[in-house]
Structure formats: structure tokens, C-alpha cells
Ligand binder design. Sequence first.
Ligand SMILES: Cc1ncc(COP(=O)(O)O)c(C=O)c1O
Length: 294
Amino acid sequence: MSRIAYVNGAYVHQRAARVHIEDRGFQFADGVYEVCAIRRGVLIDMDLHLERLAWSLDQLRIDVPVSWRALRIILAEMVRRNGAPAFGLLYIQVTRGTAPRNHAFPTGIAPTLVMTVRTLPAPAYAVLQRSVAVITRPDLRWRRPDIKSVSLLPNVLGKQEAMEAGAYEAWLVDDEQRITEGTASNAWIISREGEVITRPADRSILNGITRRVVLRLARRLGLVVSERAFSVAEAKQAREAFFTGTTAFVKPVSRIDDTAIGNGEIGPHTDELLRAYLAHVEAQAANSVPVARR
Ligand SMILES: Cc1ncc(COP(=O)(O)O)c(C=O)c1O
């Protein structure tokens, strides 16, 4: 099935989808994005993603490209036109628009709205529960990584370094040797005392939607949860470690740099949280009307 993209009002074959070379997203990374999982044709936690998109746009003073009602219709149509997959990812990007290159905001232009859908193998517990290694690297990003902007160069470089080191993710480290987050995920540890720890969602991290859901699930499971910064040294002494994200779900960590975490298998609390998160996704997929049938 061919992939259908959305570009400024038109549904087009992805191969033919184009934006202007003077789009400010291309020239200045002057734009924001969201990635939302699709499960059985249902957009998972869509309201939370749209809420964050609205906030990111507002922070950068980029206009909302179409009404929120129209945006929801386009989202549904994109899922439908791409075959309402059993599993996939929907990508939304909004940039400030196209104008002759000049740093200051241009006036009188419309934002660019682009969407794509990618179909992927359904998330199987057997695969998700496999632990992966992470490396630590200095956090080289600007001081507003809480905005989901398309300015991702340090994230790209960090992820590439992780790949080259045989790891899956890079955890970024601030000037006080505390972990901020992963290049495309939020970082968590579970202390020897069983405390579930993740950095507070201040301006130093992206407040992940998966992070928000997992925090809620952890509290519901009766785990002791603490939103506080933790150091690299503390992480290396943790009993369990994992990271969360729309594409990673809840991913156990077996190694941080050269330090093994636990016995290399998923730890009991991480496992509990992964299962709870999977149940959350499956329940939403089962209880919502798939967009294709609305
Ligand atoms: C830097 C960063 N942190 C955290 C996340 C996780 O956010 P979410 O759970 O909303 O996917 C992402 C996702 O892409 C990210 O890029």
C-alpha cells in the first residue's frame, strides 16, 4: 500500500510530497512536531499530543495552521488513507511557513502543515522487554528542550554516537553531571530502595507523553515515585533503569556506559510498568472508535 502524506491541504503520495526550499523549517529549524502511535487504527493519547502541540506552537509564536477541529479530521483521514494500520506512527510537523530567508518572523505568511504515517510491526512484549545499552554524553542542546521543536541536531549526533558505540540510546548529561533525558526518550531509574525516579518536567527536558502516562500508572500500581534529578553516578548504582517514549514504550536498560544494571534482564518494576503501559495502549485501541470507522 502506498504511503499518503498530507502537505498544506492536499493528500499526496509520499514520493510526490514537497515543501518549498525557503520553508523556515528547512532553513532555520523554525518549527515543531509531534509523533503519535497508532494502534488498531486508533491514535494513542491523541489529546495529550495535541495539547503539547498547541503549547509548543504557542511558545514559539507560530500560528495554529488550521482549526483544532479541522486538524482532528485531517489526522483521522491520514490514518484512514494509510490503511488504519495495526501499528504505526503518525508524524505532524508545523513550521512558521515559507518566506525569503531572513531571521526575524515574516508577516502575512501561513504556517506549513505536514503529516506522514509509517506502518511498523505491532509492538510485541517479547521484543519490547529486551534490555538495551545506553551511553552518556554531554547535553549540548539549547535551553528550551521542553519545546518539541524540529531543531534536533544534538539529539541526532547523540543517537548516532550511541549506535556507533553499540548502544541503543544516549542519555544526555547536564553541567552538574545529572541526566536530563535521552535523545528521543525520557530517562528513569529505580533505586535500591525501590524508588521510581525521573527528572521533573521543568525546562530541561521534554515532558514526554509516555512519561506522563507511566507516572500515572506507577502511582496507580502503588510504587513510590519521585520526580527529581539524578546523577550519572546514582544511575549507575540503580537497581533498574529504563526509558520511555512513543516509539520505545517502556524500554529496559541493561548497561549505562560500562556499568551493568541488574542482571541484564528486565527488572520486576520495569516489567510491571511495561505491562501496564501495554495494557493502557491496548485498552485505548479496543475502547476507541478506530478513525477508519468513524
Ligand atoms: C528529547 C525527547 N525526550 C522525550 C521524548 C519522549 O516523548 P514522548 O513520550 O511524548 O514520545 C522524546 C520523543 O521523541 C524526545 O524526542
